[in-house]
Design a protein around this ligand. Structure first.
Ligand SMILES: Nc1ncnc2c1ncn2[C@@H]1O[C@H](COP(=O)(O)OP(=O)(O)OP(=O)(O)O)[C@@H](O)[C@H]1O
Length: 250
């Protein structure tokens, strides 16, 4: 499944927050959306799954104009992991089951339960299924939110800062898990992330946003000292450690 963002523009009030942003991804891609605080990363993700309606441009999912699809069909294609979560007192299993909403008409089916159990197993959350989510650590909660998006069986997973609030071990674990899921389920992902080193390690495509505009889009070669200076106003060197690029501010 492919996603093509064709010149997306969005404004909350008068001022444009996203201006003519264009990029595309294919099955197996992990796209990192990068840029400074306030560059428009979260806003762009919300435009991609139509939480927000862009004033300009179109999103094509597998060549189809997503603005002509029903919301439930979008939810079957695109899973969304938001940056902030507000939960009432719910158990992990019920929270994850909520992700099946686009498929459930009147009654829960055996398949809905089976998929929830499979995803809980995949994310190593089975032992947590009867725990209340407000009793979980930040890392455990983040996995539950990802699980809820995965039971939608999306072809494209949008994740807004999936590693914020996570310690170093959990950052690497969650990103490794996402990479594994992309391969196993043959899907693609778009993530916003602040840590450029983690982005370089886990993503294969990159979108650099600067003040709501696409500064550059492409493979890892677009993440270089010149583009980082122009987007973040920080001087860096990029060193190689056993094949892994490491960005060091100087
Ligand atoms: N609901 C809203 N109403 C008005 N302005 C908003 C709203 N949400 C975000 N903005 C503004 O839009 C701009 C882009 O915000 P957005 O959250 O998309 O940036 P971001 O790149 O994700 O930032 P961060 O890295 O800090 O999460 C910011 O100037 C922000 O203040």
């Amino acid at each position: 499944m492919s996603l093509l963002a064709d010149n997306i523009s969005f404004s909350y009030w008068k001022e444009d927050i996203i201006r003519n942003v264009a990029f595309s991804i294919e099955e197996g891609d992990c796209l990192a959306v990068l840029g400074t605080n306030g560059a428009g990363k979260s806003t762009l993700l919300k435009c991609l799954n139509r939480i927000l309606e862009p004033q300009g441009g179109t999103v094509y999912i597998n060549g189809k104009d997503s603005f002509k699809l029903k919301r439930s069909d979008i939810a079957k294609n695109i899973g969304y992991v938001p940056q902030n979560h507000n939960f009432t007192k719910e158990r992990v299993f019920d929270t994850v089951l909520l992700g099946r909403k686009p498929y459930i008409k009147w009654y829960l089916g055996q398949r809905d339960i089976k998929i929830v159990e499979e995803v809980l197993e995949l994310l190593d959350l089975k032992d947590y299924s009867m725990r209340y989510i407000h009793e979980l650590s930040g890392g455990e909660l983040q996995k539950v939110i990802i699980a809820r998006a995965l039971v939608q069986e999306p072809k494209i997973l949008l994740m807004d800062e999936p590693t914020s609030n996570l310690d170093l071990r959990n950052q690497v674990e969650v990103l490794n898990m996402i990479k594994k899921i992309i391969k196993k389920k043959r899907i693609s992902a778009i993530i916003t992330i602040h840590d450029l080193n983690l982005a370089l390690r886990f993503a294969n495509k990159f979108l650099l946003l600067k003040e709501g505009e696409c500064f550059n889009f492409g493979d890892a070669s677009i993440i270089n000292p010149e583009s980082i200076k122009q987007v973040y106003d920080v001087e860096v060197v990029i060193k190689d450690y056993k094949g892994i690029p490491v960005i060091i501010p100087i």
